[in-house]
Ligand binder design. Sequence first.
Ligand code: NAP
Length: 282
Amino acid sequence: MTRRVALIGSPLKRQHSAVMHNAAFTAHGIDATYELRPIDPDGVAAFFAEAREPDWLGFGVTAPYKQVAMVHLDEIEPGASAIGAVNNGARRDDGSLVGFNTDASGFMSAVESMGTPVAGRRAVVVGAGGAARAVVWALLDAGAESVFVANRTPERARVLADSLARYGNVTPGSLDGPALGAALGSAAIAVNATTVGMTTDTFAFDVAGLPEGALVFDLVYVPPITPLVQAATARGLDVCNGMEMLVRQGEIAFERWTGIASTAAVMRNALEAWLADPETKH
Ligand code: NAP
């Protein structure tokens, strides 16, 4: 029986997850496929009924279904509950479905791979969308002393900070004014969780004021080398890009579906080969 995983979303423009997971299935001799399943909102319930069938290992969820997916699942793990979004899930042997959030754990796995301690240190997160929520929660859960969340629309940063305040010290702010610069000046980790850098030649914050040894983390993975990554590298700071987070969160989901750990290298290599030659079959 060929086992199945599908990513649901609308639209589904990116093939990165399919490239990574299908490479890992092949590398480990697992008879399974990861497919992209663009669906309309009225197809979500039917999808989660289908995903309970014995041939399913699990599922991925992307925009705009990361919240609505939760009502179709039997269990939501605590991190995903706190974040308020599920981006991956697994089918248990009894056909029940459990949802979790690998954006948070993938982010932390990438931070740990850089050797950057989080506990007791200050962080800045720019952005207040779904990815920012996962990152802020992950930093607070890892014991960050404080997280300053700045957003173009400050009201969204305030809402995010209010909803995660029970997990630690989180302060909202805007992209203008002195507060962001002051927070960056004492930050051990500064994260871009906006879409800035994807299509524009700009960055969401200035790396000039960060302390020596700070880690700059850009969640954007298209392109893998953004203007922010370039600027942070040029300043000699530690740098992690969105591709590494994508790989790490994929590794965590893959282990949940198959029990097989340590697939990051296979996934990273497959992504790099595919990006070098997008016509490659996967
Ligand atoms: P989202 O919910 O749509 O949030 C977008 C964020 O970007 C908001 O904070 C928005 O600010 C901000 N923004 C957009 N245009 C801006 C501009 N011109 N100037 C300043 N801020 C701007 O998106 P998301 O799902 O959180 O994703 C954010 C990024 O993270 C995307 O690039 C996504 O690909 C990436 N991501 C990467 C991974 C990974 O594994 N590497 C995982 C998840 C997400 P407003 O609130 O003011 O609109």
